[in-house]
Write a protein that binds this ligand. Sequence first.
Ligand SMILES: Nc1ncnc2c1ncn2[C@@H]1O[C@H](COP(=O)(O)OP(=O)(O)OP(=O)(O)O)[C@@H](O)[C@H]1O
Ligand SMILES: [Mg+2]
Length: 146
Amino acid sequence: MRKKFDKTVAVDNVSFEVKDGEFVILLGPSGCGKTTTLRCIAGLETPDEGEIYIGDKLVKDLPPKDRDVTMVFQSYALYPHMSVYDNLAFPLKMRKYPKDEIDKRVREVDRLLRIEDLLDRRPRQLSGGQQQRVALGRALVRNPQV
Ligand SMILES: Nc1ncnc2c1ncn2[C@@H]1O[C@H](COP(=O)(O)OP(=O)(O)OP(=O)(O)O)[C@@H](O)[C@H]1O
Ligand SMILES: [Mg+2]
């Protein structure tokens, strides 16, 4: 895959495959194209060349919402006016999950991430690590493809 922004080559011929359940790290110096690669996979950027498959499906022409990909951003992008609980429930609410299913999934990730005592707080009332775990939880509740 390749991606340019005007004259800047952001991603220069990257090619890799990730197996189901595999844990992969993209490591490289600042500006080498890690975020752009992930944004292309999620559909937030369009590569200039190359193809992206999720499972057997070529996702090139699918909008982000139809790719079933989730991300935790470098800046956590939690909703400041919402409680931790509502931040976690939000992706499921948007997809019109029933209330009891939302509650079940939120309880699963809050236990996993040890934030179950923080559900009524706003993000600004949390430590950095706690905010990071809420952002992770918001990505996990949906159990996405990627
Ligand atoms: N929207 C954009 N417009 C123009 N140039 C961009 C844009 N986004 C990224 N770039 C440039 O593309 C290159 C790759 O950026 P990218 O954000 O993918 O790097 P990164 O590997 O995630 O870096 P870091 O470790 O600093 O987060 C950089 O030179 C960056 O300045
Ligand atoms: Mg980055």
